[in-house]
Design a protein. Structure first.
Length: 75
């Protein structure tokens, strides 16, 4: 799969190159078990994110780091 994708990348048919990482040879089940993820687990909305009222305009810019919504990079 990776080799085929990268062959297409080298021919200009894809916009990015792929490489193997530490999870690449795992099945989805193995990955879930290793990362302790549940199949039906859904992300929850952070407590620090405010919802807009129906009559409010969207802000032109949001600094998510300042709101605590962005964390450091993880595996």
């Amino acid at each position: 799969m990776i080799d085929g994708h990268n062959h297409r990348f080298n021919n200009g048919e894809e916009t990015f190159e792929m490489r193997m990482n530490q999870f690449g040879d795992m099945s989805q089940e193995e990955f879930r078990l290793m990362m302790s993820l549940q199949k039906d687990q859904t992300p929850s909305r952070g407590d620090n994110l405010a919802l807009l009222e129906d009559n409010e305009d969207l802000p032109k810019e949001v600094v998510w780091r300042a709101k605590g919504a962005v964390t450091t990079m993880k595996d």
